[in-house]
Structures are given as structure tokens and as C-alpha cells.
Design a protein around this ligand. Structure first.
Ligand code: COA
Length: 439
């Protein structure tokens, strides 16, 4: 195999010359997206039309996405909305793809094969190998795209798993040196710490954990510091997890599969996380179709999943990615990891949120306190986690247990963990809707 990556180097201008009208381009997820390519893409807007670009959890406000003057040139689709996508959704050239993480690449490949796949990887090593920080769908795209253009960056950590690319697998390389985009390690609030205090006693030593992004998972992670031999089987590897490994709480010794290894399908966090990952063979970044397949997750006993939601109805349906019909984020691995945990022997899945939101009125911009536990989901809400799959729901007022519980039992438990100001109204509505008996 030819290890000489220098033969494949091109400039950003040469890369952009490869793009034609109506091409379908896929870029990597979050910190694996091709930043340089996207920063320059708007420069070809006057010579192309209808170039469709698929992104997921994009990290920057690229000109080609946010400037309405490029609407004819580019069509956008995303599997996970960010503030940028929420802002441009109404532009007419932006759309959302409903999707479970573990079938992301399978769905995409069956429906539409990319003309160009572009992403960023670590700098080639002496054997000509580079690594992705995400293998959610990137390896699958690389294998089928007509043209593969990768950005190589010395600032990206060298990682291991089913995320290795050899220079001979790639058509072109562009040398770049931007910093790895970071996800902040959010400082938990009082409410986050309260929620964590209910969850931590339920997590046994030796459990395998999945933690989502945000303040509450971070609060839970802090509380896990005194646990023993925890393991990691997660979609996203976070800064909190790196801290727990360094502190000795996570060893992976009790895992049934990938014993002693920390398994994820992408890693997204702070510089502390990226430094920890660099040349660290204990962390495996494997393909999303394997890692977050619920049947595979379930192979570990005591699998724990912790995810957040926006709105829950009194029967336990979780609208985690939309506010009514307005797309907010995406399903990501929420349903996959919750189902996997539920199938695992002695597994547990937690849905966490603050009982209220200080919601902004879309018309007036005024803020008012609303309950996130509601009698019925607002019209058009996307149910990310079905009531049949939901297990434990947690607010700062306690835990509501859903599995095996009747609708009436669910209502009573959920009302008990709603904010006290809303409990009476929720009870009245539950009776009116026939969810609870009249007396
Ligand atoms: N009604 C109206 N507004 C609401 C609301 C509700 N029920 N719930 C939240 N909001 C508002 C908040 O007030 C806040 O607005 P602001 O930014 O103007 O203050 C905003 O929505 C974000 O709420 P917050 O609870 O802070 O969201 P978050 O950043 O912690 O993210 C999820 C929570 C649920 C959106 C996020 O975890 C998610 O997308 N989950 C689904 C996917 C998933 O879990 N995947 C697993 C990991 S891949």
C-alpha cells in the first residue's frame, strides 16, 4: 500500500472544483465535519445549483448555510438540528431527517448514495493511517461515496477502533490546522445536582453507562466518582467520562462485551477529552450501526442510559426533539440507548429534565414558567421515546417509574414529580381526559 499521503494533497480551491450542480455531499458529524471545505463552499455559489449537503450536529455558522442569497445553490438537510439550523429552517432550502442513530448510515445509503464524502481526520501516521473522531456513519460513507476528500489536521487526536482510514482509501487530502470544535463541560445547576442525587443510588458498581450531553448528565457523572468498576458503552464519549476514568471509577472490568475497553461511536467534549483520547488504545470509536444497535447494547448487563427531554405527557411519551411541530434537535441515540438499556439484564434507562422551563412566547418574546410535564403533547410534537419504551423519568422532585405501570399509575407518579404549582391543574386535566378516574 502506498503510504505517501503527499501525492493526494490538493488545495481547497481544487477540492471545490470537484463539486457539480445537483451533487449530493455528506460531511462528518459535529467535530468530524470538514470545517475548511464548508467555510469556503459559498465561493462556488455562482456556478452551481441544487447542491444538496447533509450535516449532523454542525458546529459553526457557515456562510453557505446562513446567508439566504445562497438558497438556489445549496439545499441543506440535517439529522440533528443546532441553533444554526433552527434559525434557517424557514428559509425554504432546509429540512430535517427523522432517524435513529444506529440506522443512520443504512437509511441514508439505501436512499441516496453520496457523490462526495468529506470530513476531518487525524494526521497520517508512519503507516499511512488516520482516524475519525466519529464513526456514527463516516466509515460507511467513505466506503460508498464516488469521491472522498478528507481534511488532515495535526490538532486532531489519534484514536482507535473501527474508525481507521488508510491514505489509499481516500481520493484527496487537504492539510488544515483549525482547533477541534468543542462541546462545553457544563457546570451543573442546583436542580441538576438534585436530579443526580436520585439517580446515583440506582447505579450499581460494575454498571455500563451512557451519558447524554448537558448539565444533568454532567452532575450524574460527578456523583459517580465513588463507584467501582463502571464501564462505558455509549454513543457519545464525553469529558465527564474521561474524568471518571482518570479518577479510577471506570475500568470496564465488569463488561460482558469489550471488557476493559471504553466503547463509543463518537467523542465530543473539551480539550481535556481530546488530550485524553490521543493515542489511547483503551477507547474504541466503533461504527454507529454496531455500537448503538439496541440488541448489541443489551449484551452488557447493568446497562444504564441517561438522556434528556423537552416535554413528557402524562402517559410517559417523550417529545425530546421538537416543540410542537418545530424541530429543535434530533432523536440521536435516545431511543436506541434507552431500548438497549431496557433489554439489558438489570439495565435501567433514565429520562431527565427540570420540571419547568422558562419558555419564550414565539409571538411576544415574553418568558413565562411552563410545566414540562403536560396532560397531552402539543399538536405536531415528535415522540422521540415511546411510552412503551420509557423506563424511569426524573425531575428535581423525584423519580417516576413507568415500566409495567398502568396509565393511572403513570399519571399519579408523573404528577408527583411535576412542579407543585402545576399539580392541581394536571390532575384536573388527567380526569377530564379519562386518564384518571373522577374521584
Ligand atoms: N416548552 C417550551 N420551551 C422549552 C421546553 C418546553 N417544554 N423545554 C425546554 N424549552 C426551552 C428552554 O427554555 C430553553 O430555551 P432557552 O434556550 O431560550 O432558554 C431551550 O428550550 C432548551 O432547553 P434545555 O432544557 O436547556 O435543553 P438542553 O440544551 O438541555 O437539551 C434536549 C435538551 C432534550 C433538547 C437534548 O438533550 C436533546 O436534543 N435530546 C434528544 C436527543 C438525545 O437525547 N440524544 C441522546 C444523545 S445523542
Amino acid at each position: 500500500m502506498n503510504n505517501n499521503f503527499k501525492d493526494k494533497l490538493i488545495t481547497i480551491e481544487q477540492a471545490l472544483d470537484l463539486v457539480k450542480s445537483n451533487d449530493y455531499i455528506v460531511t462528518g458529524l459535529a467535530q468530524t465535519e470538514a470545517v475548511m471545505f464548508q467555510e469556503h463552499l459559498h465561493k462556488i455559489a455562482d456556478r452551481v445549483e441544487g447542491v444538496r449537503i447533509s450535516t449532523c450536529l454542525n458546529t459553526k455558522e457557515y456562510e453557505y448555510i446562513v446567508n439566504p442569497k445562497y438558497q438556489k445553490a445549496f439545499i441543506h438537510e440535517s439529522w440533528f438540528y443546532t441553533p444554526t439550523f433552527r434559525k434557517v429552517h424557514g428559509n425554504g432550502n432546509v429540512d430535517f431527517i427523522p432517524n435513529h442513530l444506529h440506522i443512520a448510515s443504512k437509511n441514508r445509503l439505501t436512499y441516496r448514495k453520496p457523490n462526495i464524502f468529506t470530513a476531518v481526520v487525524s494526521y497520517p501516521d508512519e503507516h499511512g493511517y488516520m482516524s475519525f473522531l466519529s464513526a456514527v456513519y463516516e466509515m460507511d460513507m467513505l466506503e460508498v461515496a464516488d469521491i472522498v476528500i478528507l481534511e488532515i489536521n495535526k490538532k486532531y487526536p489519534r484514536t482507535f477502533g473501527d474508525n481507521q482510514v488508510h491514505v489509499s482509501d481516500v481520493d484527496y487530502l487537504i492539510e488544515v490546522d483549525y482547533d477541534v470544535p468543542q462541546a462545553p463541560d457544563i457546570e451543573p445547576s442546583e436542580k441538576d445536582l438534585k436530579i443526580a442525587s436520585f439517580i446515583i443510588p440506582e447505579i450499581e458498581d460494575g454498571s455500563s453507562i451512557q451519558l447524554g450531553i448537558g448539565g444533568t448528565p454532567s452532575a450524574v457523572a460527578r456523583g459517580l466518582i465513588d463507584k467501582k468498576d463502571l464501564g462505558i458503552h455509549t454513543e457519545m464519549f464525553t469529558t465527564s467520562m474521561a474524568k471518571l476514568i482518570k479518577a479510577g471509577a471506570i475500568t470496564g472490568k465488569e463488561k460482558n462485551i469489550n471488557c476493559g475497553l471504553h466503547v463509543c461511536t463518537f467523542a465530543y467534549g473539551t480539550k481535556e477529552l481530546y488530550d485524553f483520547l490521543d493515542n489511547n488504545p483503551s477507547v474504541r470509536i466503533n461504527r454507529g450501526r454496531e455500537v448503538v444497535n439496541p440488541s448489541f447494547i443489551a449484551l452488557n448487563d447493568n446497562q444504564v442510559s441517561i438522556n434528556a427531554t423537552l416535554t413528557v405527557d402524562l402517559t410517559g411519551q417523550c417529545a425530546s426533539e421538537s416543540l410542537g411541530s418545530v424541530q429543535f434537535s434530533g432523536t440521536g441515540g435516545q431511543a436506541d440507548t434507552a431500548r438497549g438499556a431496557l433489554e439489558s439484564k438489570n439495565g435501567k434507562s433514565f429520562i431527565v429534565f427540570h420540571s419547568t422551563a422558562n419558555a419564550k412566547d414565539p409571538e411576544t418574546g415574553e418568558r413565562r414558567m411552563i410545566s414540562k410535564i403536560v396532560p397531552q403533547l402539543p399538536l405536531g410534537s415528535a415522540v422521540s421515546l415511546q411510552r412503551t419504551d420509557v423506563d424511569r423519568i426524573v425531575t428535581e422532585y423525584g423519580i417516576a417509574y413507568m415500566q409495567g405501570r398502568t396509565i393511572g399509575e403513570r399519571c399519579r407518579q408523573l404528577i408527583a414529580i411535576a412542579h407543585p404549582d402545576f399539580r392541581e391543574e394536571l390532575t384536573k386535566e388527567a380526569i377530564r381526559l379519562g386518564l384518571l378516574p373522577k374521584d
